[in-house]
Design a protein. Structure first.
Length: 84
């Protein structure tokens, strides 16, 4: 592997702002901001809007859509009118 063409792969903390949750992993992403982790080391921190901790698919808090109301509204709007 050519060392000159690959980005640096180092430990980074990803912080989910919505759930106030952070996790340490390795990534090629970098940041100017840093955070002191539980192990005493300082790592770059990348803030994310959503992660598996706050995403509705993973948490089970999905919104229930009113599908019956939507179908009825569609049928009313596009129902064939007499004489057509």
């Amino acid at each position: 592997m050519n060392n000159a063409i690959h980005p640096a792969y180092a430990p980074v903390v990803f912080r989910d702002r919505a759930a106030n949750h952070a996790f340490l992993t390795r990534s090629t992403m970098t940041s100017e901001r840093t955070i002191e982790w539980a192990d005493g080391n300082t790592y770059p921190v990348v803030d994310v809007e959503i992660s598996n901790v706050s995403h509705p698919f993973y948490t089970g808090n999905q919104r229930v859509l009113d599908t019956a109301g939507r179908v009825e509204r569609f049928e009313r709007r596009y129902a064939q009118r007499p004489g057509r």
